[in-house]
Design a protein around this ligand. Structure first.
Ligand SMILES: [Fe+2]
Ligand SMILES: [Fe+2]
Length: 277
């Protein structure tokens, strides 16, 4: 994965995030006008690139709804490195300090995730056939316009369903391979409403000849796993039963919870843990 983007309502709220992060010592780049949304970027302590992207205006800004993804789209020159002023962009921020993260700044979960592939065709076929996503945009990486950038999403002809947007940069076949490590996304999970829907997805994926794991009980949800043609580990997890299955919702996260099969070794597990600082 290259980065993970979280959604925010609009550009004004996004600028508040920039000011808030900057004032807490986190360097932020942007906001960049991407056409479909505006983006700011920063990194977590492990170096994972995070983005906060505005909800709109969406993918229909430069081609009709019913023809999304059918033709290559060139971004405006003003969106590309040669046409934008990094100095002006760096100066853009909320005019006053932000005292606290307020409800207007609420992040709407995953806006999109972006990875790399050395075969956009194979990746596209996988995301369309295996996961039912639709190609909604064929364009270029606006920070590196020699690289293609394709977007897939759950799209009903009018709107892109939130949390469904997978995007990929097209890298050459001789590009270096990703490795697991700190600062790298381990896997990407999509949601199933319940176990019945998850089993239907599993049958569908098996029918395509994919190697799908058995259903695994993760205590808080059930999970199945498989890999994209690029090797990305993908999960489909059920929404239920959720994190309050073994803890009071008011005190979530305050004690060490272990699955039943590890509970018998609690003393041993606790002795090996380092305290959180
Ligand atoms: Fe992004
Ligand atoms: Fe997971």
């Amino acid at each position: 994965m290259h980065h993970v983007a979280l959604g925010v309502e609009d550009a004004a709220q996004q600028l508040k995030w920039k000011r808030w992060l900057n004032d807490h010592g986190v360097p932020v780049s942007g906001p960049y006008e991407r056409g479909y949304f505006k983006s700011i970027y920063f990194a977590d302590p492990d170096g994972q690139i995070l983005e906060i992207a505005t909800d709109g205006p969406g993918f229909a800004i430069d081609e009709p709804h019913d023809a999304l993804g059918q033709n290559p789209i060139q971004p405006k020159v003003s969106q590309l490195p040669e046409g934008r002023s990094e100095g002006d962009i760096a100066l853009m921020t909320h005019p006053e300090p932000v005292a606290a993260i307020d409800p207007g700044m609420a992040l709407h979960g995953i806006h999109h995730v972006t990875g790399h592939t050395d075969d956009l065709g194979a990746a596209g076929e996988f995301y369309e056939r295996a996961l039912g996503l639709r190609l909604v945009k064929r364009s270029v990486n606006q920070d590196d316009p020699d690289t293609l950038h394709y977007f897939w999403a759950t799209y009903d002809g009018q709107t892109v369903k939130p949390h469904s947007d997978m995007t990929l940069f097209g890298w050459p076949a001789n590009a270096r391979r990703a490795r697991e490590g700190t600062g790298q996304t381990h896997h990407v999970a999509f949601r199933a409403t319940d176990e019945t829907q998850q089993l239907a997805w599993r049958e569908h994926l098996l029918g395509l000849g994919l190697n799908v794991s058995p259903v695994m009980d993760r205590s808080y949800f059930k999970s199945i796993y498989f890999r994209s043609p690029d090797g990305l580990l993908i999960e489909i997890a059920t929404d239920p039963p959720g994190f309050s299955v073994d803890e009071d919702p008011a005190t979530l996260g305050q004690s060490l919870k272990l699955p039943a099969w590890l509970e018998t070794r609690r003393g041993e597990v606790e002795a090996g843990l380092r305290p959180l600082t």
